[in-house]
Design a protein. Structure first.
Length: 49
């Protein structure tokens, strides 16, 4: 399934289930926006997705 031209906001995406969801949506072509609350160190890694 292609998600090109779709956008997604994933909360808690710096680790765990949120990270997995962000990666899969990006692989499917979605433009993703990530949100973190406490894991500021891991958040920049998600920008590389």
């Amino acid at each position: 399934m292609s998600l090109k031209q779709k956008r997604a906001l994933i909360t808690g995406s710096s680790r765990g289930i949120g990270r997995g969801i962000a990666l899969k949506l990006a692989e499917a072509g979605a433009t993703i926006a990530v949100h973190y609350y406490q894991n500021e160190v891991a958040a920049p890694d998600r920008a590389l997705v």
